[in-house]
Design a protein around this ligand. Structure first.
Ligand SMILES: [Zn+2]
Length: 78
């Protein structure tokens, strides 16, 4: 049984996945496969690229404004 996937629908699902991964990507948790997928996606998806830009600005702005002295949950070193 062949079920043709609607490319638009597929694209939207991809966008959802990428946007869900953006938070971790900005945290630096996704330097491997998922991070690469985000980067590759935003290269051809303007709307996601725009969103990633906004997120990047927001995150870096928040970090600059209020940087916690100590408080890292990251115990595992990659
Ligand atoms: Zn997208």
């Amino acid at each position: 049984m062949n079920h043709t996937i609607n490319p638009v629908k597929r694209h939207r699902e991809r966008c959802r996945e990428v946007r869900a991964d953006m938070g971790d990507y900005l945290d630096g948790d996704l330097e491997s496969s998922a991070g690469a997928a985000v980067r590759r996606h935003v290269r051809w998806c303007p709307s996601c690229r725009r969103m990633l830009r906004n997120l990047t600005r927001t995150v870096s702005g928040l970090r600059a404004l209020d940087a916690p002295p100590v408080g890292a949950d990251q115990t595992e070193a990659g």
